[in-house]
Design a protein around this ligand. Sequence first.
Ligand code: CP
Length: 325
Amino acid sequence: MIRDASSPVPSLGKDLLGLEPLSTDQIQLILDTAEPFKEVSERAIKKVPTLRGKTIVNLFYEASTRTRIAFEFAEKRLSADTVNIAAAGSSVEKGESLVDTARNLEAMRIDMVVVRHPSSGAAAFLADRIASNVINAGDGWHEHPTQGLLDLLTIRDKFGRIDGLKVCICGDILHSRVARSNIWGLLKLGAAVAVCGPRSLLPRGIEELGVQVFGRPEEAIEWADVLNVLRLQLERMQGGYIPSLGEFYRVFGITQERLDRAPRDLLILHPGPMNRGVEIDSRVADGPHSVILQQVTNGIAVRMAVLYLLAGGTPERADVSKGEG
Ligand code: CP
């Protein structure tokens, strides 16, 4: 569903902290605004002057390939000035706090901070304490809103809608900020949502969010139009959540053999990075129904849209026809 152009345009406010606080209209606004930005990345000269003069800091306290680089590409393609700061090699190693780091950056007259942090709530904590726009690039187990948005855009690209689709999120739901952003976004846009994984990797009370729970991937595959397969977050696991990786793959792995028994072709998403042969079979990840690399491509357009809207842009003025020579 595309947002009704005659309805008043909602604003995103100062920050993007998650999909839970956003309205259906705000989520649709971001997805619709991403559409014209897709084409910028297909040009020989991948640049528009939209955010010329803005300074954006990418502040990453955790490892990232896709999110950090997609934000950086999005910023550069919008002509913003960007600086990347990783915790390693910065004064964070000397004990400087998140807020002190951000306030020092603000003293250098920045406009936006994109932050990834291992603690849930870190982005909101920062947003309450600095004047710059804050974008959550993943905070602990809480939310990863731009990943949720790019997943929604990729599903909408394939089906032309989100409303009425059945989407099952598979694997390690407990430790996953991607699962939480997907659940909020999908439910707000009218999808039916399920989760599938071992009980030890499902948050207690997950059903109360309005999602169905499957204990076996065969049931999920029978039910769903879309599977979003999540990585086993081994770095977040302190103890024995699963007997072994081999056992997890045998019982919960999304394999070609399991998909061959599906009543329909299922769209396959994975936010990356993938553990091939753990949560997903390579034949599925690289197969004809996988949109894993389209997700990565859409990640740039979605982040361009978020940056543009937080900078005060409106969809009517998202004129990307003027490139930069
Ligand atoms: N999907 C995702 O967040 O990947 P990165 O950790 O590489 O950014």
